[in-house]
Structure formats: C-alpha cells, structure tokens
Design a protein around this ligand. Sequence first.
Ligand code: SF4
Length: 424
Amino acid sequence: MTTPQKDPSMALQKEMLATYFDELSRAKEDNRKVVYTFVPGNLTELVRSFDLLPVYPEINALQNGMRRLSDDYIAEAERFGHSEDVCTYVKSDIGMMLKGNIGPTGRPLPKPDLLLLSYTGCFVFMKWFENLKAMYDCPAVMLHVPYQSEGEATPAMRDYVVKQLREEVIPALEKVSGKAYDETRLRAMLTKSAKAEDGLVKALESAKQKPSPIDAYFGGVYYVGPIFTAFRGTDDCIRYYDHLNDEIDRKIAAKEGPVTPEGIMTEQRYRLVVEGPPNWTHFRDFWKLFHDMKAVVVASTYTKVGGLYDRGFRHDPNRPLETLADYCMGCYTNLSLPARTDLLAHYIDKYDADGFLIHSVKSCNSFSAGQLLIMRELEKRTGKPGGFIESDLVDSRYFSAANIKNRLESYLQMIEQTRSTRSA
Ligand code: SF4
C-alpha cells in the first residue's frame, strides 16, 4: 500500500491535534484541571474560559480506531463485562482506561477532574458517564438539553438550558477551577468561534462547485476537527480555516478535486450525500472504495454532529449563555427524524446530488434508528435513489470491504439506470 496522500490542511490539523494531546499529557505536571465532555453540545468556550482543558472521549475512541488500537480496548471492555451490543465508542474508551489510559498518540491521558455531561439526544451519553463517574470517582454535572421533538427550539427550552448553565454548570466549573465566571472572556472567545464557523461553512459549501474541490464526508471529518473539539474560540482555529479556504480556493481556480489517500480525485462521476458516521478502523479502505468508483461526497450529516452552522447558527457573543443553549439544542443528534429528513432533502437539492447513501453503524442507535424510514421518505420526496451500507465505528469485526463494495456497485448502477431513463 502506498503512503496516503494528504492536503497541507490535513497535516496542519494533525499537528494541532498532536499539540493538544501533548498538552493533555502534561496537564497534571502543569497543574491544569481537566473536564471530560462530549462533542455534540460541547461547551468548549465556557470550559476554556475557566482555563480548564476539555477532553472528548469520542475523539479518543475514533483516533484509537484509526490507529487500529480500538479492537484490543473493545475486547478488554467485553472481558470486563460490557456486552457486544454496547456502543463501541464506550467500550473503546473504557478498555483504554482499563489498560492504563494511554491516549491515541501514545501519551498518557489525565484523569477527569469533572465530567460535564451535555445531554444532546443520545441516551448512551448518560450511561457512559455514569460508568466513568464510578470508575474515576470524580464529580459530574449534567446539562439536560431538551430534544427538538417538534422540530424547533422554543424560548422556554432555551430558558431551561440557560438556568442550568447559570445554576449548575457554571458553579461546578468555578468549583473545580477555583476561578470566578468571567463573561467578558467568554464573549471574546465566542467572537472567535463565530469567525471560525464562517470559515467552516465556506469550506463545506465549496462542494456546490463542479468538480467539487472537497470530499464533504471523508475529507469533511478533517475539516470539522478543530471546531468540533478543543479549538473553538481560539486564534488557532481561525487560522486553520483561513488556511483551509486558501487551499480550497486554489483548487476551485484549478478545477481540481479533493486529495484522497489514493491521490487527487480527477474524475467525479457521482455526487453523493451521506448520512451516518464513517467507519474509523478501515477509514482509508472505506474512502478508497468511493474513490475507485469515482464517487465524491458533496454533503454529509456526520459533519453536523458538533453543530449545524451551515443553516445559519453562529455563536453570538452578545448573548453568551443563550447562544450556548441554542448551539446545544441545534446539534444534529438532538434533531427529530423529520428534521433530519428535511436536512438531507435540502442537501440533495442544494448540492445537486445524484443520490444519497446511508451508512448505518451497528453501534449507534442515535444515528441508525429510523434510517430506513428516512431513506424511503427521501426517495419519495426527491425522486433520487438511496443506498444502504453497514459497518461499525471502531469495531473492525463489523467492517467488510467486500460487502460494502458490492452494495456500492449495485447502488451506483441504480444511479446509472436513473440517468439513462431520464435521458431516454
Ligand atoms: S450511540 Fe452513537 S451518538 Fe451515542 S455515544 Fe455511541 S456513537 Fe455517540
């Protein structure tokens, strides 16, 4: 296998993450306190405004998956008593902890000083942190984010979240950091977040171009990295998106496709929208299947789990706590099935996609429940063919390249048939 090719922005993102993991490994000697939290509904600016360091167990799990370390951790968690049906992010995380909490880059991870459970739609979040609380014997605080069952966040829902931020989350952060809440500092960080969010949206929307200069699923996971994790609210984050957009502008001018691990994608025969998270243990093989079949992804829902910025939301420094509440309520995991279907229909239309593909992952009920219904509804509404493939997040036992290849081939043939029927 050849060395995977990368855009300079991907290398920069990797460098930023490495620096972050280094910072985490030194946290205790640097006397820094650490808050574990989840990607959807993360309150990174608020956490950082207290000089606390955020840790995201899902990111550790997926990074371990990409490095093929997760299988061992999952086996360890299963030996410890977790069933095969438990979300593999959870088992990877718990297995890593049982084996000494060495992070994906080979450096030790600090124990949490606080668990901040921002609950945005996935019940597993609650069970996951219940386990961590017992194992680490540390304090926890929960932010209950109401589910958008009726398709919108109401003022009463916002007030409910803000009240919890004021009365529970901020006092817990004050206690663990020993610092008082500094709203001026938080506002300054939120201003930076909004700038970076403009940059991310510009990058994702470049996929409306033909050829698309980006892959909005496989490449997209690199592009969302800084905003979905520890960098929102920092100058580094803004710099990353400036750099990324310069790179994309150059590609647009040259009518160049994205760099995939196999090289530049020169021909784009199929433009797809993808629903569901990627497989991480075989990320390169997975991407290669699409590359070899000349399929580029022009929009994806996975790149919205940490915030739905392309529908207009920006963190607003003038309403610091209200904006954090709106952010949490608007994450993809907190949307109802009809709202998810509307979003996908919007992407298929706006990005002029040939069809949409659902990647159903065994681990994640939050994503997988209702996906077949979504598929039927989208086919009816858009008249475009839908495809369905299956694997898992970080458990390599459930990734079969041959199965996915067969299904993908049949699906792309359906697109060809639709094309020939339309042109007849
Ligand atoms: S079930 Fe899905 S959303 Fe929930 S923790 Fe696991 S991967 Fe994340």
